[in-house]
Design a protein around this ligand. Structure first.
Ligand SMILES: Cc1cc2nc3c(=O)[nH]c(=O)nc-3n(C[C@H](O)[C@H](O)[C@H](O)COP(=O)(O)OP(=O)(O)OC[C@H]3O[C@@H](n4cnc5c(N)ncnc54)[C@H](O)[C@@H]3O)c2cc1C
Length: 431
């Protein structure tokens, strides 16, 4: 850190490398690759593990399973510890234990001036709180101490159905009823994917990701015919391996976009139809794929988050006083020549759906950092004014000259135009 800052050298930091826009590497600078900082130190007595930021969640789960323990980590095996925990972190345990970052009890962090501190509830407590949505604003985290929880088997996996105008709106409604009701007793966090398939005479599919901590097999949410059923009772590690989907993070080009709304089946169905009208026209694009994902952030989830931690974004999520869904649009394609068309398509879908959600009074302004793209104003939207003032105060105390804002390429930055900010008008150096 001292070398890059004293030489005014642009740098980036990479942990698992799963960010869906180029926010963890830099051309013409130094990329600090943390992949070999991948230690997993399990303290069974304290139920706390020290995780190197370069670990992947699959290796974390695999190490913890030997003790019948687990952590609030990613739902796909190759997601990195570092980026996931600095953006919040939604886990299969979130229904019961809140966000991943709620469960961090200590951060070992290298600050802009190269000093190393431990931030926790007793030491540097404001920095500790801000790091729960820290992204690339405060320093490079070199160890996360996280809570562990007992877990043996879970039940879950994927069930897939064809999208039809008769069955899918009913599936959306029963998914909402489940999220608001039975999900709490089964401790089940379900995701719903709807998108393109184009196989075996079926154009689009709806996929339910089941993951129930009580390990008892659950019924289908619909009586529509099932195309695939890969549910089973197994370990969390096997389950996240089952959930792995080639389309989400392979070598193709990807773009994501996110918004947050109240649970509303007719809105979800309208978004699907609008997305279809956009992407059907782009069928000529090589390797084109699109998916809409819906994930519940219910009031139960938010209560778990408050009980476990305290973070800079929960007050915005609580503004709606209702159960919410995080929506993420995920698209992928093959050739760089199609970047602009695809980027514009997801932008159009995002603008359209935010407009309709606002009109219908169901929009919550939260933008989930880990699903957002770089055009989305994550901090302005997801942190209340009061909490933003506190985050900026922490920034002033730990990086007074905004060295990291100027040199660290990538991630999401605190807004420059906040009243009283010490940031310079041009907060990035030109490369
Ligand atoms: C296939 C797939 C599945 C996903 N599943 C989930 C999920 O289940 N739940 C969820 O909440 N999100 C999920 N995500 C989103 C994921 O959490 C984010 O993309 C996250 O940023 C990935 O972290 P990483 O370490 O792998 O990424 P990286 O690209 O390495 O890093 C992401 C950002 O964090 C910064 N950063 C990384 N490590 C550090 C550090 N130690 N100190 C300071 N800054 C650091 C980087 O500079 C970069 O800006 C998924 C993404 C993909 C592609």
């Amino acid at each position: 850190m001292k070398t890059v800052t004293t030489n005014l050298c642009p740098f980036a930091v990479r942990s698992g490398g799963h960010m869906t826009w180029p926010g963890s590497n830099v051309q013409g600078g130094v990329t600090i690759d943390l992949r070999l900082l991948n230690n997993i130190d399990i303290d069974e007595k304290r139920s706390v593990a020290g995780l190197g930021p370069g670990s992947k969640w699959k290796t974390v789960y695999s190490a913890m399973e030997l003790y019948n323990l687990t952590a609030v980590g990613g739902r796909l095996p190759d997601v990195g510890v570092g980026g996931f925990l600095l953006g919040g972190g939604i886990s299969l345990l979130s229904f019961r234990n809140g966000f991943g970052s709620d469960n961090v009890v200590n951060y070992e962090i290298v600050l802009a001036d190269g000093t190393i501190v431990n931030a926790n509830a007793n030491s540097h407590p404001d920095l500790f709180w801000a790091l729960k949505l820290g992204s690339t604003n405060y320093g490079v985290v070199t160890r996360f101490d996280v809570r562990m929880y007992p877990l043996r088997d879970v039940w879950g996996g994927i069930r897939t159905y064809a999208v039809t105008s008769k069955d899918t709106p009913r599936l959306l409604s029963s998914w909402i009823s489940f999220a608001q009701g039975e999900a709490a007793t089964r401790e089940e966090l379900q995701g719903l994917f709807i998108g393109r398939w184009r196989k075996s005479g079926v154009d689009e599919i709806a996929t339910v990701w089941h993951a129930s901590l009580d390990s008892v097999p659950g019924p289908s949410l619909t009586d529509a015919p099932i195309i695939d059923d890969f549910t089973r009772t197994t370990s969390l590690l096997d389950l996240v391996n089952d959930l792995q989907s080639g389309d989400l993070a392979d070598t193709k080009r990807n773009r994501w976009h996110t918004l947050t709304v109240k649970l509303d089946a007719s809105f979800f169905w309208d978004v699907f139809n609008h997305a279809k009208s956009i992407f059907d026209k782009l069928e000529y694009i090589s390797g084109m794929h699109w998916d809409l994902t819906f994930q519940p952030i219910t009031r139960g989830f938010l209560t778990a988050s408050s009980e476990t931690g305290g973070n800079p974004f929960k007050s915005v999520l609580e503004e709606s006083e209702d159960d919410l869904a995080l929506i993420a649009y995920l698209i992928s394609w093959k050739d760089a020549a199609d970047d602009e068309v695809m980027n514009q398509a997801i932008r159009d879908l995002g603008i359209w759906s935010e407009g309709v959600a606002r009109e219908r009074g169901i929009l919550n302004r939260f933008l989930y950092l880990n699903y957002a793209n770089e055009e989305q104003p994550v901090y302005t939207r997801s942190v209340s004014q009061k909490d933003m003032a506190r985050m900026m105060d922490v920034k002033r105390r730990y990086d007074a000259k905004n060295t990291l804002g100027r040199l660290w390429i990538g991630g999401f930055k605190l807004p420059k135009d906040e009243p009283g900010t010490v940031f310079e008008s041009s907060s990035r150096i030109e490369l």
